[in-house]
Every structure is written in structure tokens, then in C-alpha cells.
Design a binder for this molecule. Structure first.
Ligand code: PFF
Length: 514
């Protein structure tokens, strides 16, 4: 047993840290767009079905496996899986739970830095000088350094600031960094989101000459159910994908956070509490800001177009244009980007911690050394993301890290929980120190429904997306294909390095034991 691992200081602290990981750009950008395009209120049916049958069970399994591994001094999947079962391959399978967060991290942190830059541009008045969608889009591509002759250095400066701030909190540790940050960041984030939601919900009918573009019609538009969409399998897949992404499950980060929970502490209620905070931020707050605002200013067709334009378009092009129409718009625009930045940073630190935990636990290095090593590796890995952004590099990393590995890793975790740890032992572990008893129906759900749901999902991904994705069928530009294969090569090399590191760590452990 390892006595030196850190612990969370308070129960509220760990709940807020996990909620901080879950509440991210996905809640305020991805969810509203998905709901609008997939049946409005009707989307809530597959969404909550996925939440109850997939999200909550996975959340509980990850908390259980994580806290269990922590007892043996492990905070990441390779060590945790190895503590659960005897098979020597389990630790290598666990590598997906370390590589996944890293892949998401290297693009998430760059996008997060744009939100910091845009809050600066909002408050300084530069951003709202762009009066229409065209000039706002040009502003974004110039900022990203993609436009002809546009310098990359402003984006680079904000990237470095964001990177340093992230690693500063990591360096300060689980209690002194992550927990402290989450304790003030989460209430602040919720407060800002409430201010923005109230501003949007009190818009009334901004243009009396088009009375149908009123806020009550906007809410009707967002929430009126279109039940015909429920017959479309794609809507169910989208809902399940959103649940994974928003709850940060199936990636490995919750395993790590849970490994710092004391074995006598509750995890059943804490898991439920952090998921509930995420749902409040997603459905109530996320659903009340961008789409209703887009509706009252641009009408129904405009709102649908904006949702179709993708996440970056909504966040960085449409929202500033909407705020521009309000009195003191620059303040609301600035608040919007600060909201995204806070939501982003509490998520990105949760993506860094598993890697730190891997180095600390498996190589017994100090936190300062682990932070330095990882920051150098991550900094190097971020460079292609920054410089090849126009070539689909982010899309490729997002597909592997943010979609594919999530479903695969979630399936592995369920398998390990059910068959290696054995369900009954897992259920007892989950209830150790629990402040409430989970309804028995969840025994049935976790044993049969969750794995079945995952299998169907895996089948659909393979059938619908995976094959055309592997072949890059939708990519027209042959040059982009080269970059995307480059991204794959990078993932492959990282995975091999990880296998070697796992091999060395376990060999050393064995030698020390002899
Ligand atoms: N849950 C975050 C969001 O909704 O933006 C994204 C995320 C963070 C996904 C951390 C996965 C993860 F491990």
C-alpha cells in the first residue's frame, strides 16, 4: 500500500472537481447545437435514457474502480486494471485510459486559449468591431493564423498563457491546485451562466416588427418535441455520444480523480451529485443561452443554420454578433468567453492529472519532476495542433480521442467491472461508505442493459462512421489526408511509447519486490 498519495480535502471539493471536469465547452456549445438539430424537446428522451442507462452506471463504475485502484497506489487504468485482475495484458489495455486524455488535452487546451483571447478582445472592444458574420469569420481565421499572411503569434501568446496556468494548478497538486480551483471556479461559472441566461430570457421581442421572434417562441422552438426524430437511430447515437462527452466518462479521468478518495468515503452519492450538477449546467443553463438568443435575433431558420454551422461557429462567430446587438454587449460577450474559459480550464486540468498520476504512481517521481516532464511532452505535442489547424488535424484527434476511444474504453471498463472484478464485489465496493443505497434496479441495468447499449453503440459506430473515417472518404483535399495520417502516426507512436513505459514500470516493480 502506498501511504503517500494525496487525498481530496473535502467531499464537496471532489464533487466540484468531477463536476468541473464534466462541465466544459460541451455544455454550452455542443449540447445546444445537438438538441436543436435532433428533435428539440424530443432529443431529451434519448438523452435522458442514455444518461440513466449509460452515463450514471459508467460514472459509478469509474468511481468504484478508481477508488479501488487508489488503495493499491494506482490512479490510472494500467495500474487499476492490474490491481483488479491477474491477467498481465490488462495493464496494456489500460494504456487507452492514459492516451485518450492526452489526445483530447492537446487540442482542447488550444481551443480553451481562444476563449481567453476572445474575452480579452471583447473587453478591449476589438471583437465587436466586426459587424457581420463574414468579418467575424475572417477575424477567427486570421487569429488562428490560417488566413493568408496572418501572424500566428497572438494566438500563440494566449496559448502559452493558458498552458502555463493549467500546469500551474497541476503543479500545486490535487488539494492545493485542482480542488482549490474547482471550489471557486464552479460557483463563479454557474453565476456567470445564470447572468447570461437571465439576460437572454428577458430579451422579450427585441424587434417589434417581427413579433414571432419572441423569447417565448424561442423557448417553444428549443423545447417543442418533434417525436418523429425518435425513429432515427442517428438521434440515439448522437444523444449517447453527448452523454459520454459531457460527463467525461469512458476516458479515464474519473478513475484518476476517484483514486484520491479515501476508501471510507462515499462515492455513490458523490457520483450522482457531480452528474446532477453537470446536467443542471447543460440542460437548464446551456439550453437557455445560445439557441434562444439566436432565435430572437435571426429567426428560426437562422438559429438552425447557426446550429448546423458547428461548435466553433456558434461560439466564436454567432455569439459575439448576438451580443453586439445588446446594450453593453461587449460586457456580455466578455462574460461569455470568461464562462467558456472557466468551463474549459476545469476540464483541461482533469485531462492532465491522469498523466501526472501515471508518472508519479508508476515511476515514483515527485510531483514537480512529473509536472516538468509532462509539460515538455505536452508542449511539443501541441505544436502540430497549432500549426496544422487548417488541415483537419484537430478533427482527426477529436475523432480518435473524443469519440472512438471513449466508446472502446467504456466497453473495456464495463467488461472489467462485470467479469474481472466481478459484479457483486464491484457493487459492494461501490456501497462502501455510501451515504445512500442505490436502487436495486441498477443491479440489473449495470449487469445487462449498459453492456448491451454499449455493444449496439460500438456496432453502429463501426458500421456508420468507422470504416469511412478510416479511409478518410469525406476528405476531399489530398494534402489534408497526409496531415490526418500524420495525426494517426502521432497517436500510434504515443501508444507504443506508453506500452514501453508500462513494461519498464512493471519490470522495475518486480525487481524491487525480489
Ligand atoms: N466534459 C467536457 C465537456 O463537456 O466539455 C469535455 C471532456 C473533459 C471530455 C474531460 C472528456 C474528459 F476527459
Amino acid at each position: 500500500m502506498n501511504q503517500e498519495r494525496e487525498r481530496w480535502k473535502t467531499k464537496l471539493g471532489v464533487i466540484l472537481a468531477v463536476a468541473g471536469s464534466a462541465v466544459g465547452l460541451g455544455n454550452f456549445l455542443r449540447f445546444p447545437a445537438k438538441a436543436t438539430l435532433n428533435g428539440g424537446g424530443a432529443f431529451m428522451i434519448p438523452y435522458f435514457v442514455a444518461f440513466l442507462l449509460l452515463g450514471i452506471p459508467l460514472m459509478w463504475m469509474e468511481w468504484t474502480l478508481g477508488r479501488y485502484g487508489g488503495k493499491f497506489g494506482h490512479g490510472t487504468a494500467p495500474g487499476i486494471f492490474d490491481s483488479v485482475g491477474k491477467n498481465k495484458f490488462l495493464k496494456y489495455i489500460g494504456a487507452i485510459g492514459v492516451i485518450g486524455p492526452f489526445i483530447i488535452l492537446i487540442y482542447y487546451i488550444f481551443i480553451e486559449s481562444w476563449t481567453l483571447a476572445y474575452s480579452y478582445f471583447s473587453f478591449s472592444g476589438v471583437l465587436l468591431k466586426n459587424a457581420d458574420a463574414e468579418s467575424m469569420k475572417n477575424f477567427l481565421v486570421s487569429f488562428q493564423g490560417v488566413a493568408e499572411g496572418a501572424p500566428i503569434w497572438p494566438a500563440y501568446v494566449f496559448f502559452i498563457i493558458t498552458f502555463v496556468v493549467n500546469f500551474y494548478f497541476i503543479y500545486k497538486g490535487v488539494q492545493g491546485g485542482i480542488e482549490k480551483l474547482s471550489r471557486w471556479a464552479m460557483p463563479t461559472l454557474i453565476l456567470i451562466a445564470i447572468i447570461l441566461a437571465i439576460r437572454v430570457l428577458t430579451l422579450g421581442t427585441p424587434d417589434p416588427s417581427v413579433p414571432q421572434q419572441s423569447i417565448s417562441n424561442a423557448l417553444g422552438f428549443v423545447w417543442n418535441p418533434d417525436y418523429s426524430k425518435l425513429l432515427d437511430a442517428k438521434v440515439w447515437i448522437e444523444a449517447a455520444g453527448q452523454i459520454f462527452f459531457t460527463l467525461s466518462v469512458g476516458i479515464g479521468v474519473i478513475l484518476t480523480y476517484a483514486s484520491y478518495v479515501d476508501s471510507k468515503e462515499d462515492i455513490a452519492l458523490s457520483g450522482l451529485a457531480s452528474s446532477s450538477i453537470n446536467e443542471f449546467c447543460e440542460v437548464i443553463l446551456g439550453g437557455s443561452i445560445i439557441i434562444p438568443a439566436a432565435f430572437v435575433f435571426f429567426g428560426q431558420a437562422g438559429a438552425v443554420d447557426i446550429a448546423k454551422g458547428g461548435v466553433f461557429n456558434i461560439g466564436f462567430v454567432s455569439m459575439p454578433l448576438i451580443f453586439d446587438k445588446l446594450p453593453l454587449g461587449f460586457i456580455f460577450s466578455g462574460l461569455w468567453f470568461i464562462l467558456l474559459f472557466i468551463a474549459g480550464i476545469t476540464s483541461s486540468i482533469s485531462l492532465i492529472q491522469p498523466l501526472i498520476s501515471f508518472i508519479e504512481d508508476e515511476f515514483k517521481l515527485k510531483r514537480s519532476t512529473s509536472t516538468i516532464i509532462l509539460s515538455i511532452v505536452a508542449f511539443i505535442a501541441c505544436q502540430p495542433v497549432i500549426f496544422f489547424i487548417g488541415h483537419g488535424f484537430i478533427d482527426e484527434l477529436d475523432f480518435w480521442g473524443g469519440t472512438f476511444f471513449l466508446v472502446v474504453f467504456a466497453s473495456v471498463e464495463v467488461f472489467i467491472f462485470l467479469f474481472i472484478m466481478k459484479f457483486n464485489k464491484g457493487w459492494d465496493e461501490l456501497h462502501q461508505g455510501a451515504l445512500f443505497k442505490i436502487p436495486r434496479i441498477y443491479k440489473f441495468i449495470m449487469k445487462y442493459i449498459t453492456p448491451l447499449f454499449l455493444l449496439i453503440l460500438l456496432g453502429f459506430y463501426t458500421y456508420q462512421e468507422f470504416i469511412s473515417r478510416i479511409l478518410l472518404e469525406d476528405v476531399k483535399n489530398p494534402i489534408d489526408k497526409i496531415y490526418m495520417w500524420g495525426a494517426r502516426l502521432m497517436i500510434f507512436i504515443l501508444l507504443i511509447i506508453l506500452f514501453i513505459l508500462i513494461h519498464i514500470a512493471w519490470k522495475k516493480r518486480k525487481e524491487n519486490r525480489l
